[in-house]
Design a protein. Structure first.
Lengths: 414, 294
């Protein structure tokens, strides 16, 4: 009796082990893993990437799915919450690879989480495109299975400094600081390098703890009087820096941040005090980009995004949607129906490396070698400035839609 | 050297913020012996109530502080029996259970915040947030942001008010009696349940009001609670657990350390410096700066 019970138990275990594989073998849709931060300090950006991925999936499915050899396959997103922590991002990658057996992965918000998740996906040979991770360190690791649609900060960070340096008269001195996380440090370093190249004197350069109250530090700015204050940080920190400058009553001639100023929350939180803040971006809803996939241009995407989420789309959301489009285009080229086996995933990586397409987000072309290995180098870095409550492109001159407002209007005269 | 006066003023002003977030926490621990890990989340909820109320009524958010206090004091008063139930359990370790309970509460409030308020960072628009006084003498200058000055005044006012209530009122005597000996206080006719409810209500109300002030100075978000919980814990441990009078001094010390490190040393090591000082003080005096903690 006991042995019969044991045999039955083992058979049940074996059945459970076999069942998911059978289900996977019969799957007629793409199972797409999504690792992003839906909670924790980076939940804002994480949820923006989620919107981008969701919009891609909804639009693809509404069109019937991804077409392979005349048949359309829908996509199903499976989420793993990284909780804004790299270790949780790695755990999510492990779960998506081993339990969910996803075909490919749409990657995390933030560079730290991407750096933790990428080695896990390398181990399981699962391609990932991250829609929002911008530290140059990711691409220096040369992960074979990891790609990114948003160029690294050392590719884009120089643009706003160059725009400022071309002004007449240009800023002569700068104070540069960055928050102590992978992306923000890299941003501050990119600003520093660009300022040096442009001949701007750097009066102070510091990395500060993430979430630090910066009022005292801005007292130093008030004493040093740099023309330019440049800061690498995430959305919450950017708002806090502007509030610290307001409280200490120091208006630099130019205040430069990075991508974060294009997030609608930045303008909403600061209202008139967000005006004239500079940032760097690769996409706004007014950028001249014509797409061959899903959306005809940036404006069409922006319209759909606004209708879906009731807030304007920013570069993070657009870059995340573009990550889905890149997979879609590459799958169409290799003609691999779901589920993907190891050889097909390898072919997918090769196809991504050769991909060169036009989308609503701009050109997608991943570098095949060098310091930007597998990062998107198809886009032009843009300088944006908040004007009239919206990010407006003010540089480089070939892309500018408005002239830079310089110097900034003092806080008390707003 | 030019920035010395500014560093001193900034230290006091940062200390003021620390008092606002830690004073209620210290009171709750002193009386109920509960480490409330949800303190940061009460601050977050208060901040959002302040934001929505000011948007709805178009009234200066600082004028809404009493309303926020009343709403959250009532909430805290009604909620305390749940914690009392956990704390007065006969099985296991009730103190540990209460710790886990408040930790769970913090996670639940954070989740609730993310669902209801969304994930974007917000800011409470106050007319006072952009004003400041600047004093210049030669190359020296001191800028005092009005909103921070209000924060410091609020912190001192709350400390004095709590001190007066504890020392001059029957309710305060009952609270002190409970903190010293729960059983003996009960024998003297003091209801531990009701008094604790009032104390928890006052603590939650103060924390929520602090949230509104914080929202005028910094950005707010559903995830903001964690760091304020950590800092209030730092201050209360440094002051001596439950020793209310030590809170302002501990808060000013941490504020000064932070201000001087940001201005004169490497800002990257600010939090490390705060932690080393906390560690050193606890090593020499485990019951806090004044040796009067529980």
């Amino acid at each position: 009796m006991k042995s019969a019970f044991a045999i039955m138990s083992w058979m049940l275990v074996a059945l459970f082990l076999v069942l998911p594989q059978t289900a996977a073998a019969q799957r007629d849709y793409y199972k797409v893993g999504v690792i992003t931060s839906l909670s924790g300090d980076l939940a804002t950006g994480g949820n923006v990437t989620k919107r981008g991925y969701d919009l891609w999936a909804q639009t693809v499915n509404a069109a019937g799915g991804i077409e392979i050899d005349g048949r359309k396959y829908k996509v199903e997103l499976v989420y793993g919450d990284a909780q804004s922590k790299p270790d949780q991002g790695a755990s999510a990658a492990e779960r998506l690879a081993t339990q969910e057996k996803v075909d490919f992965v749409l990657g995390p918000y933030s560079s730290g989480v991407t750096l933790a998740a990428a080695p896990v996906l390398e181990k399981y040979k699962i391609p990932m495109i991250t829609g929002s991770a911008e530290s140059p360190m990711i691409w220096l690791q040369k992960f074979y299975y990891t790609f990114g649609t948003i160029p690294p900060v050392n590719y884009t960070g120089a643009s706003p400094v160059e725009t400022l340096a071309a002004l007449d008269p240009p800023p002569k001195s700068a104070m540069i600081l960055g928050s102590n996380d992978t992306f923000s440090k890299a941003t501050a370093e990119a600003f520093q390098e660009a300022a040096k190249q442009a001949g701007i004197e750097i009066k102070k350069f510091n990395i500060v703890p993430a979430g630090q109250d910066l009022m005292s530090f801005m007292s130093v700015a008030k004493a040093l009087k740099p023309d330019l204050v440049a800061f690498g940080g995430h959305d919450e920190e950017l708002i806090n820096l502007v509030k610290a400058l307001l409280q200490i009553n120091y208006t630099p001639k130019a205040l430069l941040m990075h991508y974060g100023v294009t997030e609608p929350a930045f303008v909403e939180a600061l209202a008139k005090n967000a005006e004239q803040v500079y940032g760097a971006s690769v996409w706004t809803e007014t950028v001249h980009a014509k797409g061959d996939y899903l959306w005809a241009d940036a404006a069409a995407y922006a319209k759909d995004a606004e209708a879906a989420f009731k807030v304007p789309a920013d570069y993070t959301q657009a870059g995340s949607t573009a990550a889905g489009i890149a997979f879609m285009a590459a799958l169409g080229q290799i003609k691999a129906a779901p589920p993907l086996d190891e050889a097909e995933r390898e072919a997918l990586v090769k196809a991504l490396e050769k991909l060169d397409i036009q989308t609503f987000y701009g050109r997608l072309k991943f570098a095949e070698e060098g310091q930007f290995y597998h990062a998107n180098i198809g886009l032009s870095p843009l300088t944006v400035q908040i004007q009239g409550g919206k990010p407006v492109i003010v540089g480089p001159p070939s892309e500018a839609q408005s002239t830079p407002q310089y110097p900034m209007t003092p806080w008390e005269k707003r | 050297m030019l920035l010395l006066p500014q560093a001193l003023v900034d230290g006091l002003l940062i200390g003021g913020i620390y008092i606002t977030i830690a004073i209620g926490f210290s009171l709750a621990y002193g009386v109920m012996h509960i480490i409330d890990f949800a303190v940061g989340e009460w601050i977050m909820l208060g901040a959002f109530l302040g934001l929505y109320l000011s948007q709805w009524t178009q009234v200066e958010p600082l004028l809404l502080l009493p309303v926020v206090f009343v709403v959250f004091a009532v909430l805290g008063y009604l909620f305390q029996p749940v914690i009392h139930r956990v704390l007065s359990g006969k099985k296991g370790n009730p103190l540990l259970m209460a710790l886990v309970f408040t930790f769970g509460l913090a996670i639940a409030f954070k989740g609730l915040g993310l669902t209801v308020f969304g994930f974007f960072s917000r800011s409470i628009p106050s007319a006072m947030a952009a004003d400041s006084f600047t004093f210049v003498r030669g190359d020296f200058f001191v800028t005092i942001p009005v909103i921070r000055l209000i924060g410091l005044a609020y912190a001192i006012a709350v400390t004095l008010a709590l001190s007066w209530i504890l020392k001059r009122t029957d309710f305060g005597l009952a609270v002190q009696a409970l903190a010293q000996n729960k059983e003996a206080a009960g024998l003297m006719g003091i209801s531990a349940k009701r008094t604790n409810s009032w104390v928890y209500g006052i603590y939650v109300g103060i924390s929520a009001m602090s949230g509104v002030l914080i929202g005028c100075m910094f950005s707010i978000s559903a995830q903001m609670g964690g760091k304020y919980t950590v800092f209030s814990f730092f201050v209360v441990v440094l002051a001596g657990m439950g020793f209310l009078a030590g809170v302002p001094w501990a808060a000013f010390l941490l504020g000064m350390v932070q201000s001087f490190f940001l201005i004169y040393f490497d800002p990257g090591y600010t939090l490390l410096a705060v932690f080393i000082i906390l560690y050193a003080v606890l090593l020499i005096s485990p019951k806090g700066l004044f040796g009067k903690g529980v």
